[in-house]
Design a protein around this ligand. Sequence first.
Ligand SMILES: [Fe+2]
Ligand SMILES: [Fe+2]
Length: 271
Amino acid sequence: MLYILDVRLGWLTDIHLNFVPPLKRSEFYARLRREKLDGLLLGGDLGEADSVTNFLAEIADGLRIPIYFVLGNHDFYHGTLAAVRERVAREAAASPWLHWLSASGPIPLTADTALVGHDSWADGRLGDFFRSEVTLNDYLLIEELSGLEKQERYRKLNTLGDEAAEFIENRARETLTRYRNVIVLTHVPPFRESCWHEGQISNDDYLPHFACRAVGDRLAAIMRAHPDHTMVVLCGHTHSPGFARILDNLEVRTGGATYGEPTLQEVLEPK
Ligand SMILES: [Fe+2]
Ligand SMILES: [Fe+2]
């Protein structure tokens, strides 16, 4: 197994490249190249169903470094979950640079640290789903989520959250048998405390649509059982930055975003 020593990883999230003109995208890739990164963590909401694979290919071509990514809800807009997942899996399989974490095992980064991840989905279980009148475009623009009664939609969101939780739990447990530290890349904040919105924690109307409790519950249980290990979760989705310490050994960083202004959140240097 190959380890990258002194690894420098750039973390991006919610770059929504469909709102960024081509010249500005090229300038953004040039700025990332100047960082001399060894790899990129890409946290979802890159484009929409008809553009996400093109943007993945464009970033890969612009940077030519390993790119570990997850998808966000916007990446499925005007399409279906099934078709986008299939296209993205094919694009990643054909590329030497693209690694879709929702279809990958743990990625070794250093001798002590590995990376796991999953797109994840807000599962409706935090806040008050049934009183919330928030309607995300997800429920209009993604085929599997549109035209559903509230109860049906809740069940579908639960299922998507459970799918993410199951996957991340298995990968994280596998990782912790061999590594001291695990980085989890995901789109949706997994805890209420990590679900920032304009400097505050999202309220009960927004939490059901902005956070995934299923993932958070599993991650907290795993880390309570592994007090000598550490986990850092990187997420986005709310476009409001924040930090949450959930346990002594479990922290969550939520990335900020502004449409049309893609930014580098942070350069991580895991040891
Ligand atoms: Fe976003
Ligand atoms: Fe999102």
